[in-house]
Design a protein around this ligand. Sequence first.
Ligand SMILES: Nc1ncnc2c1ncn2[C@@H]1O[C@H](COP(=O)(O)OP(=O)(O)O)[C@@H](O)[C@H]1O
Ligand SMILES: [Mg+2]
Length: 1010
Amino acid sequence: MAELEGLEFGKSDFVLLDEVTMEQFMENLKLRFEKGRIYTYIGEVVVSVNPYRQMEIYGKDAIEAYRGRELYENPPHLYAVSDAAYKAMKRRAKDTCIVISGESGAGKTEASKYIMQYIAAITNPSQRAEVESVKNVLLKSNCVLEAFGNAKTTRNDNSSRFGKYMDINFNFNGDPTGGHINNYLLEKSRVVQQQPGERNFHSFYQLLRGGSDEMLKAFNLHSDPAAYAFTREGAAAATSNNDRTSLKAVMSALEVIGFSVEEIRSVYQILASILHLGNLQFESDNESVQIRGADALAHVAELTATDPDGVSSSLLFRTVATGGGEVIQKGHTQHEACFGRDAFAKALYERLFGWIVGRINCVIEVKDYDPVLHGKNTVIGVLDIYGFEIFDNNSFEQFCINYCNEKLQQLFIELILQQEQSEYQREGIAWQHINYFNNQIIVDLVEQPHKGIISILDEACLTVGNVTDTLCLDSMDTKLAQHPHYTSRKLSPSDKSMDFQKHFRIRHYAGDVTYSVEGLLDKNKDPLFQDFKRLMYNSANPVLKEMWPDGQLSITEVTKRPLTAATLFKNSIVALVDKLACKEPYYVRCIKPNEMKSPVLFEDARCRHQVSYLGLLENVMVRRAGFAYRQHYTRFLQRYKMTCEYTWPNHLMGSDRDAVEVVISQHGFQGDVAYGHTKLFVRTPRTLFTLEQERAALIPILVLFLQKVWRGALARMRCRRMRAIYAIMRSYKRYKVKAHFWEVERRFASVRTMADYGKSVEWPRPPAALAQFHNNTVMLHRRWWARQIVKNIPPSDMLEVRAKVAALTALGGERKDWGISRAWERDYLANTRDSPQTSSCFRRVSKELRNRDEYSQVLFSGFCRKVNRFNKSTDRGLLITDKYVYKLEPKKQYKVLKRLPLDNFTGLSVTSGVDQMVALHTSSQDDVLLCLQRGELAPNQDRVGELVGSLVDHFTRVRKAPFPVKVCRAALQLQMRGKAKSVTVETKPGQNLADFRKSRDGFVLLVPGN
Ligand SMILES: Nc1ncnc2c1ncn2[C@@H]1O[C@H](COP(=O)(O)OP(=O)(O)O)[C@@H](O)[C@H]1O
Ligand SMILES: [Mg+2]
């Protein structure tokens, strides 16, 4: 019961049909095909209709969707049965098999590939290398087997011309550990002859069209298939596969599987020698037979690594043992030679194919397996065998193939019925018999000892003397005249669709097939002259030799007749059926919708025919016999408990079975069900449908309900999470703030006792929230620190400190040197150390001036070079007090030349250099330009800074008036008697002392060069 498909796609399980009639079955099948739903169930059987187009249902997503799911959880798919087979194998350690049946071109091989891919995809999740390599070989072997075993027929461009049964072995983990391929009856007659429009095996065209020039040259081949008798028929046939690219894929697959370079070369050498053999002709001159085409003969000898004479004699003669232990050479007739050549070519190919399969088996066979160590080794078998075939001309191969399909149908009937029956028995439910067509009677017609067709054929082959195909037909007509499924022209003379002495007809379960007896006996006997076998055994090529071990026997040793082809085939099919019967089977029933390979055409009659001979309708009936549907109680409850108030959301009954009973009786379905031991059986699909519909109606409400609950839960969860986030954030913030405090405290705890009062202590980085706090505390500390420093300065030094602070601010870092590190003495003219000769004199003058002018403080004094009103420069003494600025004549005992009130001064300008020039600006625009000179105390140090500091400090602190200071980088600007002047500084080598000189727009201060 697939639930994910709407009813517009038809019913996903035929069991759910309202009535089991051919009409309804076909209607549903057709509807689903048209809607692109190629798979439909009958219980656990998958019915597949070949879509003849690429379907988007095999991707990774699809694999994931089916992995580990139950059949009814997804739409019908091959993957679902594959998974079911895999699960059964893994859960219950059961061997399982997947049997794919259907006629030629119905999609069996494709299905088997998808199944393999699925199994490969879902196993070995841990990617163990040895398991991967087993999987790789299993997947790659397909490509090789298809190249050598498939061919284009009128039915199918890629028809499998052999039967394939592949076992995959799994360890207890469920990972593939190896495998084994059984191949059945390769249609080798195709090597030498094909029906019109058909091709030989793909491998020949791949070699010719895809082989490199070097390779073809070495094999003496041309790339044209029309040049060889065996490939001529199919040379022009178009196929959907590209032979050239296929060859590359095959060669690389061979390599991956583990074929050596020599082995791969030998494989293609054998193909080449078969092609050359085909071009060998014989001519006869009544006396003897000769070979026409010496080149081809030489090539065959070379490619098979044999002696050319040996090749020619095996083609022309056969060795016969006479009674007395002697051997003689007997020449062939032309006809015999041709027959021998063809038999040889066929045998070469058949043995090559068998050898390839054997070689693959060697690689993938489970090695070092120990059940004690590795647990039970379980198997999944995949059977992809040729489907039922009817051609215009049906021969031995079709007879075998159709017999094989009869056997498999028999198995299907047995297993499906038996399974059903045992299930009812197990569950304690009464079983009701269903009529179905049992094809055992046809199987018997073919295989019964003594009376069966195979027996009659074998008997004819054994009979010494000239038994012809027609004599054999007579014998069948006699022995099988009464059989309801056998007829011939002789038995029903009015039926003109058969010829006398040529045709017989079997009424197979899948339809009537008319077989031709021509060549039947030869194909059954399948003779090959011993000489060929010996020739090949003696080949110098070890690969070839290995394929022909029976060539070892000498002619006199060969006495026993080998089994006939039909008997060999029958034995292998019986063995196959035995193998399948002991496994849990899963079926894929393939249907071919049309003969045109069209993706849209659904030929009603064709499909109806297939449905009927596959017994699908009976299958549905059996499945529904009494009970269309069964389910474990727990699962049933899980699915339908919402339809009953007592079971939703959970029941309080003693067991799930009781709860199921409540659900059933609430709906009034008591009469339509039976209770097994573990499962509930539902008789009519309608019941199930009603339940399904109710469920479907409730689902949206439940979904809404669940969504509501879940959304609420989600929102609450989100809310809780947000709250937690905020709580965490808060705590963290608090912690960070506290941690910062602690750290600041720790670092600064002892600054009071530190030599630098904590100036060198590094501040911890504050959290963002404390940025402002951080700035404040830094500032606070700085202030405190400054206070500590200032506190310790003696009052006598305060004036100097203040002046230095004022200079620092006023110069704003613009001037290079301003004497900060020096002690500032201020009154240099009065300083005995600076001016030892004149200081006493100055002190006297200064005292007089103080008395007279009543100034209280000397701001600055010193020698200077000054520009006078005539633009001449002269040496002067400069005294700046808090009242006046005096210009003194040092040469005349410091006679006052000029006295200017300090109020007149409005600011000053200096340069940014190291010169000692100062321009004192006045309100009367008659500025004083001078260059300070230094005495002995500090002959090279700066005094400009000191002058600036003293003046600025005095003005700002005492007079509370601004005193702007300009630091000029280029020329210094000033006014002299109202006229603007500009002063530049130049270095002049040879200049002794700094001095002014007039320039065009003012003055130049020449300073000594070094
Ligand atoms: N599932 C599928 N999807 C697409 N094409 C398919 C599918 N099954 C079969 N076919 C087409 O049908 C052709 C014949 O299928 P194949 O499996 O070779 O048939 P069979 O083995 O039954 O004779 C394929 O070559 C392919 O073109
Ligand atoms: Mg096939």
